[in-house]
Write a protein that binds this ligand. Structure first.
Ligand code: C5P
Length: 220
């Protein structure tokens, strides 16, 4: 009786964007509300998992019942994720910036009248999902997200292989879908053995369905 399906399991979830500083007052970032990642962390906790949620800067509240680590940059997010290992499952939902400014200025870059804008030299950020997918302490289940606008299933499948993930939840983020920043999501669950098309659902329901699938996969 009564035992929650993920009791005794550890989960790591990333959520939100990362902010990559240009100088102390400016940054570059991806668009991400954190709604889907936070909902997944909450859903896993509800099933009894011990959840570490590593979140970039978001405006939504911390979910109840999870340990939350607030970070700003991709490198900080990577470090926080690695520090949370070992875990049974990792769900990387964050919209990590692909690049950071190679050498962020320590003080505010002054705008000088008549001078050309400063050039921004970019450096590649660590791929956190790929790092976890190939890590010696790889969680038994590694799940990533893919925001695509075309060939969603094919691109998701290629991403799964490249990143060493077990599943990719792929969504069509074409502007017409309203998914970005919205409360609903329409996803495909791409695994090694096929693709499931999930109906249009609230992000909370996507989270609950995914958490149930995770519980099922970890029980085998
Ligand atoms: O390659 P792409 O950014 O489309 O892959 C998306 C997936 O990879 C998401 O699960 C995202 O959280 C993860 N990712 C990551 N670190 C990066 C880039 C993406 O963990 N630097």
């Amino acid at each position: 009786g009564g035992q929650k399906p993920l009791a005794g399991r550890k989960a790591i979830v990333t959520s939100g964007p990362t902010h990559e500083p240009i100088d102390p007052v400016r940054y570059i970032a991806n668009r991400s509300s954190g709604k889907q990642g936070h909902a997944i962390a909450a859903a896993l906790a509800k099933l009894g998992a011990k959840v570490t949620l590593v979140s970039g800067p978001v405006t939504i509240p911390d979910p109840a019942g999870v340990r939350i680590v607030h970070v700003e940059r991709a490198e900080e997010m990577r470090d926080a994720v690695l520090a949370a290992l070992p875990a049974d499952v990792a769900v990387m939902v964050a919209a990590v910036a692909d690049w950071r400014v190679a050498s962020a200025a320590g003080s505010k870059i002054k705008k000088k009248p008549g001078e050309a804008p400063p050039p921004l030299q970019l450096a590649e950020n660590p791929d956190i999902l790929k790092t976890i997918g190939h890590h010696p302490s790889r969680p038994k289940l590694v799940i990533g997200f893919a925001a695509e606008t075309e060939n969603v299933a094919e691109n998701g499948r290629a991403k799964l292989e490249r990143k060493g993930a077990d599943y990719i939840l792929a969504n069509d983020v074409s502007p017409a879908t309203g998914i970005m920043g919205g409360d609903r999501n329409r996803v495909k669950l791409i695994g090694r053995n096929g693709v499931e098309d999930w109906p249009d659902m609230d992000k909370e329901d996507v989270a609950a369905k995914l958490a149930a699938r995770i519980a099922d996969a970890l029980s085998h």
